[in-house]
Structure formats: C-alpha cells, structure tokens
Design a protein. Structure first.
Length: 237
C-alpha cells in the first residue's frame, strides 16, 4: 500500500496509509502513514467495535491536516483489546475426539454439532464470511475425506484445480469455526480460537491430515499449496 500511495500521490490524489508493519512504511516512505500495532489482517484493530475503528480512521485522516511533511509517519497509541485472551471464554460444546483418525467422520459430526452456534453468530451479526466455494458445510466432509484418503476428488468449481479448492475449503472451515466460537456473543482472542481450532477439533486434525496426504502424493502439483497454504507453521503435525 505504501508503494501504491506514491503512485496515487503522483497523480494528485492525497493518501493516508494504515501501516500494519511499521518497517515497511519506514523503508518506502509514503507521504502519510499511521503505524498500528494490530494483528495482520485487522487494519482497524477491533472487529465489531465501531467506536474503536472510528478512532483509528479519525487518527489516520487527521494526518491530512498536517503540513510538516514531505513524509509523515505517526504511531497510533491505542492497542486493540481483542489481542488479549478472554479467561471466561470456553469453546462451544462438541463431542468429536480429534485424537484418533481417520478424521472425516468425526469432522462431519462436529460440523453438525457446531451448526447452532454458527447460526447464532450469523443471526446476531447479520453476515457470514464463509462461501468461497458453492455448497456450504454439507459439502465439506466428502471432499476432505477423499483428500485424507490420498485421493484427488473432482473440483467443485471447475476449472479451479482440486488442491486450490481444498485451500478455499480450509479457509471456509476456519471461518465457520471462528464464527461458531463467537456464537453466544463471546469475544475470545484470535490466539484462543486458533489454539482450539488447530489443536482441539477434528477439523484442524483433518486439514493437517489432508496436508500430509497431499505432500505424500506423487502428483507434485499438489505440493506447493499443501506445503505453504493449508496449515499455519505452528500448528503443522
């Protein structure tokens, strides 16, 4: 975004960058940047907190009023409280045991058990972030079961390659479980949700199993996505 700011400014459009990585703004020197110490992917800091996000936007747009350039790099002093664990939070109830594979059957039961919590969040927020591929949760178990077994199923969205569809399914899964974790209006930290999802659910175990199966497959076209994009490094098993 810092490089894009230079291009837009050269065409006469004033810009402000919200910089999640301060070093990038220091090196690229956009005309105006607000450095924020927020989680990557959350440039305004706190989901579902309009007041907090408004304060970030107000601070960023306030840089347009300053005249002490040509380069202005300011730090936003307020930290996002969502980075802190909520000790009162506990995961939504589910009975699936992720310790013993194969995981596809336990995963199917788990999705059904978490459905009410996910629906509660969708009704409360009025939206969902799942839907990268057609079909929804009902289509996930069979597709992932094939990968877990070492097969390569047909893509649900041709001409998209099956392994890319697997990546999108994995993203939808993480979103589904993250939204279910918020179903009762709770506010766990992203760290808490990640720990639960990757270490405490059949879904996390299944995605790891699919990753291992893809890496063991003789079809090397599966390897780059499986190696790098399915499971965050701290949770690979």
């Amino acid at each position: 975004m810092s490089a894009l700011a230079h291009m837009l400014e050269s065409r006469g459009l004033p810009t402000v960058v919200v910089a999640l990585i301060r070093l990038h703004a220091e090196k690229i020197c956009p005309p105006r940047a607000l450095a924020v110490a927020f989680q990557l992917g959350r440039p305004l800091g706190e989901p579902d907190d309009a007041a907090f996000q408004t304060r970030v936007l107000t601070a960023a747009l306030g840089l347009l009023e300053r005249t002490d350039g040509p380069v202005i790099l300011a730090d936003h002093a307020e930290e996002a409280p969502g980075r802190l664990d909520d000790p009162s939070w506990s995961p939504p109830p589910h009975a699936a045991d992720p310790a013993a594979g194969p995981f596809a059957g336990a995963f199917a039961r788990e999705v059904a058990e978490l459905g009410p919590a996910w629906q509660a969040h969708r009704l409360r927020s009025g939206r969902t972030t799942i839907g990268l591929l057609p079909g929804g949760p009902a289509t996930w178990p069979r597709f992932l079961a094939a990968f877990e077994a070492g097969d390569v199923p047909a893509s649900p969205a041709p001409p998209m390659p099956p392994v890319l569809a697997l990546k999108f399914f994995a993203d939808d899964l993480r979103a589904f479980y993250g939204e279910a974790a918020l179903g009762a209006g709770a506010r766990p930290s992203s760290r808490q949700v990640d720990e639960w999802y990757w270490r405490g659910t059949a879904a996390g175990a299944l995605v790891n199993a699919c990753r291992r199966a893809c890496l063991a497959n003789a079809d090397k076209s599966l390897h780059p996505i499986a190696e790098n994009l399915l499971v965050p490094a701290p949770f690979r098993v």
